[in-house]
Design a protein around this ligand. Structure first.
Ligand code: GCB
Length: 596
């Protein structure tokens, strides 16, 4: 799905701002058809933002179920005859939208965009109303999965229920990314797919422009960063060559623009779309990851979209600060743990040369009862699989043209040793490859099992493994990390003959807590832990990357091991460095040394 773009043929109206908001405390809104009239009893609520942390009402923060958003907007008279759409960049997790009381779109799953044609529903030159119900309930059929636990005992009031989640971040909800109106010609460019790589000094650009509406003639041009035309064609799809191509490289981004024009029989240009892309190749061997035929070592931190007050709400200032901090620390990459991040973040990565592992929201795929299997019709079922494939389709449709995305991650830390795990993940990986044969695929695992028991890894190109030596295992024993890293990881490579990224390692650290010799939760402990892991990584030739958990402290559900959130950040939630950030900056600014 193309990003909303404003140009000489396209208009965008941003509906960001303060909307009317109502919590549906008794789940009556849908039956009472609240979308028919303006909502009553509302409170103001910003969009984009998660709503959870913005009131003083704990029952709003922890609400399970529907919330309603509404606002009015004008559609200019000049838009009559155009194709008018409303586009939601994300609604967590399920949503239905009505315009002027008529349902226009329903979408399952957060973090990915959806849109509806509302040309025949809006009133032009007048006020219109959009109403959206957003539901945050997670079930075994959603991604991420979850389930509702209801209690029937003396210790809980009648009907008491909680949302169980098996992932370690707060279940923020709402309209966390922009909502926009777009106006295009009824005959328009619907999608552009670009696959660009290089042969010698020549860029080879396979492209396909799809249109909707009356037939249109498509012409394309490729422009370099100075706006000079470097290739052109008069077909909707084909292959273009860029002589003396400038490659997109990690830390050295170079973006070309593919400009597509749709012309109708009268000779009028009715639509133009300019899609940026980079020329780069990606390749994996049994021990290495190559970008443009140069070995690439992933160094960086996993992240979250997370901040005080806004939760997961899109925040350009925060994103710029984060990219500047990642640059300062020497990070060249990150994983979008544990869900697709905003399109605006990927645009920043394209532009700055940050390398991305793009992850689906499949996190917490594990049975809640060790005696019962995860992969069964009661839990992770054929319904979950069908939805997972749909999510991969939406993710790849959205992100396929971003040069920053070098690998798809189909999920994080599922149960891997049940025999059916091989079938489930095999199908997800196969679908991912079918949709995009140009990028490698990975799955991130966390369980400590023997390699032969990890059924999904036969299907992936790169093994991503999360390890918490001296934290969740052998707490306090920093001296074991190097030995355990080398002893445990070596058999994984021997068994699968694939390269490996340590996709998480870290320690909760309270900024300002000090202890020397190091004690868990002190800044010194976090530094010492990372350094001991690094000694292990540097001895392993098949380790192609290290992503620290986590870039910054972040909000989680409440639990006895979380002190107002997860504190494994190397930056605080307010983005101030802990000692570990300085230590990483030192390591990542020096040339990497492998011992063997
Ligand atoms: C993990 C998870 C991550 C958690 C982290 C932790 O393995 O992938 O979501 O936040 O561990 O801190 O426990």
């Amino acid at each position: 799905m193309l990003y909303p773009q404003e140009n000489e043929t396209r208009e965008v109206k941003d509906l960001s701002g303060v909307w009317n908001f109502r919590v549906d405390r008794h789940s009556t809104g849908r039956d009472e058809e609240w979308f028919r009239q303006p909502l009553s009893d509302t409170m103001p609520m910003p969009v984009p933002a998660s709503y959870n942390d913005l009131t003083q009402d704990i029952t709003i923060r922890d609400h399970i179920g529907d919330v309603w958003y509404e606002r009015t907007f004008y559609v200019p008279s000049s838009w009559r005859g155009k194709r008018v759409s409303i586009r939601f960049s994300s609604a967590e997790h399920n949503a239905v939208a009505w315009v002027n009381g008529r349902e226009v779109v329903a979408h399952k799953g957060g973090h990915l965009p959806f849109a509806a044609d509302i040309s025949d529903i809006v009133t032009y030159g007048a006020e219109n109303r959009v109403t959206v119900v957003v539901n945050n309930i997670l079930t075994w059929d959603t991604l991420p999965p979850g389930f509702i636990r209801t209690y029937d005992d003396m210790n809980h009031p009648p009907g008491y229920r909680i949302q169980e989640i098996q992932f370690d971040f707060f279940n923020y909800s709402g309209l966390s990314r922009p909502v926009v109106l777009t106006a295009t010609s009824p005959t328009r460019i619907e999608d552009i797919a670009i696959r660009a790589n290089s042969e010698g000094c020549t860029g080879i650009v396979d492209y396909a422009v799809t249109t909707t509406g009356d037939s249109a003639r498509i012409t394309v041009r490729i422009l370099d960063e100075l706006g000079r035309e470097v290739a052109a064609a008069a077909e909707a799809s084909g292959t273009l060559k860029i002589e003396n191509v400038t490659l997109w490289k990690p830390g050295q981004a170079y973006l070309y623009t593919l400009e597509a024009k749709a012309t109708v029989s009268t000779g009028a240009v009715v639509d133009i779309y300019r899609e940026t892309f980079g020329v780069r190749t990606v390749r994996v061997t049994d021990t290495q990851f190559f970008i443009n035929d140069e070995p690439f070592y992933f160094q960086g931190c996993c992240k979250h979209e997370d901040m005080d007050l806004k939760g997961r709400g899109l925040d350009h200032a925060l994103n710029i600060k984060d990219f500047n901090l990642m640059n300062w620390i020497g990070a060249n990459s990150f994983r979008t743990s544990h869900y697709p991040y905003s399109e605006e973040i990927l645009q920043l990565a394209d532009r700055t040369g940050m390398v991305i592992i793009d992850e689906s929201p499949a996190v917490g795929m594990r049975s809640d009862n060790p005696a019962e299997p995860t992969y069964s019709e009661e839990r992770i079922s054929s319904r979950t699989l069908a939805h997972h494939k749909q999510v991969m389709r939406e993710l790849i449709t959205r992100d396929k043209n971003h040069p920053c995305v070098v690998m798809w991650s189909v999920g994080n830390e599922p149960i891997v040793n049940e025999p059916k795990a091989g079938d489930y993940w095999g199908e997800v990986v196969a679908e991912t490859r079918r949709l995009d044969p140009t990028r490698p695929v990975t799955l991130v695992i966390g369980d400590v099992v023997k390699p032969a028991e990890c059924h999904p890894f036969q299907h992936v190109d790169v093994m991503c493994i999360n390890r918490y030596h001296s934290w969740y295992s052998d707490p306090g024993h920093l001296e074991l990390i190097e030995l355990q890293t080398v002893a445990e990881l070596t058999p994984w490579h021997e068994h699968f003959q694939k390269p490996l990224i340590i996709s998480e390692y870290g320690a909760d650290t309270i900024a300002g807590f000090h202890a020397d010799p190091p004690v868990m939760f002190s800044e010194e402990y976090q530094v010492a832990m990372l350094e001991n892991f690094h000694k292990g990584f540097d001895r392993l030739h098949f380790v192609i990357g290290e992503h620290v958990w986590n870039f910054a402290d972040f909000a989680t559900k409440q639990g006895v091991s979380r002190v107002i959130g997860n504190k494994k950040g190397v930056f605080t939630r307010q983005r101030q460095p802990k000692a570990a950030a300085h230590a990483l900056r030192k390591r990542w600014s020096e040339p990497r040394k492998k011992i063997n």
